[in-house]
Write a protein that binds this ligand. Structure first.
Ligand code: G3H
Ligand code: ZN
Length: 287
C-alpha cells in the first residue's frame, strides 16, 4: 500500500538519516527501485516528474503500475508515490489520480503567489492524507523542462512556507539538477543552517542529489535534510550498462535482442546505484 511521506520523513529527520527519492520512467525503473528498497528494508519515495508522467501514459497508469507492483512483488516497506516539481494543475491531477505525496514547485512565482497556491494545495492534500512538499529559492539547472536560476532560499520565506503546514520543504542552497560543473562552489551550508533554524523540525529536501560528495551529504543530513532526490545518476548508469551490452554485440547473440534481456543490465545497474545511495543516506533497515 502506498503511504504518505510524512511519517517516514519525520522519523528520518529525528534519526539523522535521509530517505531517497528516486525518479521513475518505466516499469523496469520502478521494479528495480521497489525491489532494492525491499531487499534493504528501506523506506523509499518514487518520484514522477510531469514529463515522465506524460511519457508513462498518465498519472492513473502510474498509480496502477506502482500499486500492482507493490502487491505482486510483495513489497512491505513504506513506499510513497510522489509528484516531483509539480505545477498547480499537475498537483491537482495527481491528488485525484491516487498519488500519496505531492510536490508543488511554486518557486518561480513571487512569494505571495507561492504562499497562496501552496496554502490551497496543503488543504487538498491534507484532506486526503497526502504529504506535500513546497519549494523556496530554486534549484539550478534543468530537469524535464523545469528550469531554475539556482537562487539560495531566504530563511524568512522558508519559515513563511513551512508555517503553512507543508510536510517537507525544498530550499535552494546552491544545489543543481544534473551533473555538477567542475567549478561548482558546493552546497551553501551557512544558508542551510539558517533555514534549518528557521523551520524548526520540518524535514528539509535536498534536490540535485546526483554527484554530491559523501561528506556534503552527511553534513546536509546533520542540518535537517531528511529527503534526498536522485535522478540523473540512475539515468547515467542505466545508459552506460545498456551501451556496454550493445557495444559487446550481446543484442546480436541468440535472443539478446529480447527487451527482457536487452534491458536487464540497465535494470541491475539501477538496483546497484539505489542500494549505494540507500547505504549512503542511512535508510537501510529503517523501514
Ligand atoms: O527532483 C529531482 C532531483 O532533484 C534529481 O536531481 O537529477 O540532479 O539527481 P538529479
Ligand atoms: Zn529536483
Amino acid at each position: 500500500m502506498l503511504v504518505s511521506a510524512k511519517e517516514m520523513l519525520n522519523k528520518a529527520r529525528e534519526g539523522k538519516y535521509a530517505v531517497g527519492q528516486f525518479n521513475i520512467n518505466n516499469l523496469e525503473w520502478t521494479k528495480a527501485i521497489l525491489l532494492t528498497a525491499q531487499e534493504n528494508n528501506s523506506p523509499v519515495i518514487l518520484g514522477v516528474s510531469e514529463g515522465a508522467g506524460k511519457y508513462m501514459g498518465g498519472y492513473h497508469a502510474i498509480v496502477g503500475m506502482v500499486n500492482g507492483l507493490i502487491e505482486d512483488l510483495g513489497i512491505t516497506v513504506p513506499v510513497a508515490l510522489h509528484l516531483d516539481h509539480g505545477s498547480y494543475e499537475g498537483a491537482k491531477k495527481c491528488i485525484e489520480a491516487g498519488f500519496s505525496s505531492i510536490m508543488f514547485d511554486g518557486s518561480h512565482y513571487p512569494i505571495a503567489e507561492n504562499i497562496e497556491k501552496t496554502t490551497e494545495l496543503v488543504k487538498e492534500a491534507a484532506a486526503k492524507g497526502l504529504s506535500l512538499e513546497a519549494e523556496v529559492g530554486s534549484i539550478g539547472g534543468e530537469e524535464d523542462g523545469v528550469v531554475g536560476a539556482g537562487e539560495v532560499a531566504d530563511p524568512k520565506e522558508c519559515k513563511q512556507i513551512a508555517d503553512l503546514n507543508v510536510t517537507m520543504l525544498a530550499a535552494g542552497i546552491g544545489n543543481i539538477h544534473g551533473k555538477y560543473p567542475e567549478n561548482w562552489a558546493g552546497l551553501d551550508f551557512e544558508a542551510l543552517a539558517k533555514i534549518n533554524e528557521a523551520v524548526g523540525n520540518m524535514p528539509l529536501v535536498l534536490h540535485g542529489g546526483t554527484g554530491i560528495p559523501d561528506d556534503m551529504i552527511a553534513k546536509a543530513i546533520s542540518l535537517g535534510v531528511a529527503k534526498i532526490n536522485v535522478n540523473t545518476e540512475c539515468q547515467l548508469v542505466f545508459a552506460e550498462a545498456t551501451r556496454k551490452y550493445i557495444e559487446a554485440g550481446k543484442d546480436l547473440e541468440g535472443k539478446g535482442f529480447d527487451p527482457r534481456k536487452l534491458l536487464a543490465p540497465g535494470f541491475e545497474a539501477i538496483k546497484a546505484k539505489v542500494k549505494e545511495k540507500m547505504e549512503l543516506f542511512g535508510s537501510v533497515n529503517r523501514a
